[in-house]
Write a protein that binds this ligand. Structure first.
Ligand code: FO1
Length: 318
């Protein structure tokens, strides 16, 4: 069975660890958000690709959410002492990933090729594709407390400025000029199920759908009878982690399991909601016309992740 997953960072990493227990890993293709990608110190950093990669390789930091386990930050401390840019927490071991990726890109390899190199080196059998080899940065329009307008990269909004600004709008810059990564549209066309990981709709999944042809690829697959099922990243009215609660209202989405499903009009056939949001199931079913499954979606370990991915897959294929 061929399964395609649209993936953001931590939630996707956990979910995919469960999915590769129930589907042959080589038959899983994750199309990963690269809207968060940023260049710092001359290095190309792909936070969501790295999160998914580290989770699948079993080397992710479970508590911090991003980056590697058993990490140290000595290089960053020295960057700070040297009055360099130290606002983005690059760990010493994590740095190796960015060094290898950046070297490959400088040799003329694409981001897809660099990602394949890294996943191969980490022994990950599932296929990870960036959403595009072209840059599609997620940009945030916001206003400071003093009312001054800002237009900034998502990582500047989130990490450097600590999400303190009032978000007015979010843009996926260059999405319509970007080409999907080689193999992404073919994977969607050949999928027996398409799953949307429990990732932030505004800064993880919609950036993927903004790349020319990807939304249409999902729509075509759906019209052809492929189940398209998402897992709500909103549990009990709030995201488990991250910033969805600040960004969803800015783009007109209610911060709820309903609002997250409503982020994908015309794309879904089913939606997995957490048991804490059971009351919302009938509204999602009736208003959005989706098949619903209710389960405990909190992925505290791989067994829980396997259960959540099984529920999603069964809803998509059943
Ligand atoms: N998130 C933070 O809140 N602070 C950081 O210093 C930080 C560093 C970082 C380094 C590498 C990496 O792959 C991710 C990192 N993240 C950090 C996470 C990242 O900013 C976002 O949470 C993701 O882009 C959202 O999926």
């Amino acid at each position: 069975m061929n399964v395609v997953a649209l993936a953001g960072g931590v939630g996707a990493g956990k979910f995919l660890r469960g999915l590769v227990r129930i589907v042959e890993p080589r038959d899983v293709t994750a199309i990963v958000n690269t809207g968060d990608d940023i260049s710092l110190h001359g290095l190309h950093i792909s936070p969501d690709i790295d999160s998914v990669m580290y989770w699948l390789a079993g080397v992710a930091d479970r508590d911090r959410g991003w980056g590697r386990s058993d990490e140290s930050f000595r290089a960053l401390d020295e960057v700070r002492r040297l009055k360099g840019q130290s606002w983005f927490g690059l760990g010493d071991v994590d740095l190796a990933t960015h060094l290898v990726r950046t070297q490959l890109l400088s040799e003329g390899k694409t981001l897809s090729e660099a990602t394949a190199h890294l996943t191969d080196a980490l022994g990950i059998p599932a296929r990870l594709l960036p959403m595009s080899d072209d840059p599609v940065p997620t940009m945030v329009h916001a206003a400071t407390e003093e009312g001054q307008g800002l237009y900034m990269h998502f990582q500047v909004y989130w990490v450097q400025r600590g999400a303190r600004d009032q978000v007015k709008a979010v843009r996926y810059e260059g999405g319509q000029e970007a080409a999907p990564a080689p193999g992404a549209l073919e994977a969607l066309a050949g999928a027996d199920a398409i799953l949307i990981c429990p990732s932030n709709p505004v800064v993880s999944i919609r950036p993927i759908l903004a790349v020319r042809g990807i939304r249409e690829g999902v729509e075509d697959a759906r019209r052809g009878g492929t189940g398209v099922v998402g897992v709500s990243p909103i549990v009990g009215g709030a995201p488990l982690r991250g910033m969805a609660d600040r960004l969803m209202p800015a783009v007109g989405l209610e911060v709820s399991a309903y609002g997250a499903a409503a982020a994908y009009p015309g794309l879904l056939t089913g939606w997995v909601v957490d048991e804490r949001d059971r009351d919302m199931a009938s509204r999602i079913r009736d208003e959005l016309g989706l098949r619903i499954a209710v389960t405990d979606t909190v992925m505290t370990d791989d067994d829980a992740a396997e259960r959540v991915s099984r529920v999603a897959l069964e809803l998509a294929t059943g």
